[in-house]
Design a protein around this ligand. Structure first.
Ligand SMILES: Cc1ncc(COP(=O)(O)O)c(C=O)c1O
Length: 419
């Protein structure tokens, strides 16, 4: 019979009684601390190790930015701020969280289509860098900067004529709402010569959730080549090139972790051979899920155990309203199980169960036909890979259940914290 813990990610363990340990503490203790289930716990020790691994593998001088959209929990951002070189934000709300976490404004870049005038103004006032997504957005930014009597620090986001092959989410190549098409970039760059702009460089984001080092390396090389060709039309030196990211994590059994060392070696070679015009430029990677996804666990309690049509259902107090991605409804074409275990016990006869949430929709599935030790009402279920695109990427208000709590387990900054 399948080992029910076979897919438990590295960094998690059981105690002598078979209880799941998160950052060395039983899952049940985290729940007691938070007051109730459902609960997200993020192990900052695992995030720190991941950051160290990325820093160790990438060429010296390459900056590491965190994409706040992956997980904007305030305590997590405060812990991350001193560990990375910048935050990338996608809204005025995320900008506020990044500043509140202590990230200096010039190290914050704000990308995303459809920035409203008040968002452009907030970024200019704060002194953050705007990643301009269109000619229209450049024109609105210019007008707002002039009216505020401030310079707007800007990157031009370019929609590259290539994609990041094999990405979970394609963000470049072809018609996209993101960035200015490479062919149109020179015309927009000409408008950035106005003294109300402080031109900082370029931003290219070609895709995300990619496990193929060679595809990432090719996209980085193509990005450096593209930016090198556009740099001649830029209104000033290219100080910063944001190469995007796309580093993926293995969610499913057939997936293998990204070969970080191979990405780093290829990037070193790309940068060594970069065009002379980019000689003094600084290069940055913006990573979201790669830094935090595997450090997070979603804990939910079994409230009912029932059979229907011969199938055992374990009904929990959580579901897709907190952890949409695990239900398979956040960008997945085919639903597959995230790793999931019984956090209260590891021993006993193994049974096969469908673990579902408490919402009245057949979409609310956390695990189909999962092998678990015989599970009782009251047991905790842990769904892994919950550190990115969890709580804030889920329809929390749907059906009016309470929101999930969140805790940051941080051995460096003290015990668990959270609202
Ligand atoms: C511009 C931009 N930056 C960063 C990210 C973060 O991607 P990931 O969490 O996969 O690293 C995204 C994701 O869509 C993005 O659109």
């Amino acid at each position: 019979m399948t080992d029910p813990d076979a897919r438990m990610p590295a960094g998690f363990a059981r105690d002598g009684e078979g209880r799941l340990l998160i950052a060395g503490r039983p899952a049940e203790a985290w729940v007691a601390d938070a007051g109730d289930t459902p609960l997200f716990v993020y192990d900052m020790g695992l995030v720190r190790s991941r950051i160290a691994a990325v820093r160790g593998a990438m060429p010296p001088g390459v900056r590491l930015h965190y994409a706040v959209k992956a997980n904007p929990m305030p305590d997590l951002l405060a812990a991350l701020a001193p560990l990375v070189d910048g935050f990338d934000v996608a809204s005025e709300g995320e900008l506020g969280r990044a500043l509140a976490a202590g990230m200096p404004a010039p190290a914050i870049s704000f990308a995303g289509p459809g920035k409203r005038d008040r968002e452009l103004a907030a970024a200019i006032r704060a002194g953050a860098i705007l990643s301009l997504e269109s000619a229209g957005e450049a024109a609105r930014t210019l007008a707002i900067a002039r009216s505020l009597g401030r310079r707007a620090a800007v990157l031009l986001r370019v929609n590259p004529p290539f994609e990041l092959r094999g990405s979970g989410m394609r963000m470049g190549g072809g018609a996209r709402p993101f960035g200015v098409d490479a062919a149109d970039a020179p015309a927009v760059l000409a408008t950035l010569a106005d003294p109300a702009f402080d031109f900082a460089g370029f931003h290219v984001f070609a895709g995300s959730q990619n496990l193929d080092w060679a595809a990432i390396a090719d996209a980085q090389a193509a990005t450096v080549d593209l930016v090198g060709r556009l740099a001649g039309a830029a209104p000033g030196p290219v100080r910063l090139v944001n190469l995007g990211g796309g580093f993926g994590v293995p969610y499913f059994p057939a997936e293998r972790p990204l070969d970080l060392a191979a990405v780093g070696a290829a990037l070193a070679e790309t940068l060594r051979a970069r065009p002379a015009i980019l000689g003094p430029s600084i290069f940055a990677l913006e990573l979201g899920r790669y830094l935090v996804a595997e450090a997070g666990v979603y804990l939910t309690r079994v409230v009912d155990r029932k059979r229907s049509g011969g199938t055992l259902f374990l009904v929990t107090d959580g579901g897709l309203h907190h952890q949409l991605a695990a239900s398979g409804n956040f960008g997945s074409a085919v639903r597959r199980n995230y790793p999931l275990v019984n956090a209260s016990r590891s021993r006993g006869p193994v049974e096969t169960a469908n673990v579902v949430g408490c919402l009245c929709t057949p979409l609310d599935r956390l695990g189909d036909a999962v092998a678990l030790p015989e599970t009782a009402v009251g047991d905790l279920v842990a769904v892994f890979l919950a550190g990115a695109y969890g709580r804030t990427a889920s329809p929390e208000a749907f059906l009016g259940h309470p929101p999930a709590a969140e805790r940051l387990a941080d051995p460096v900054r003290g015990a668990g914290t959270g609202p």
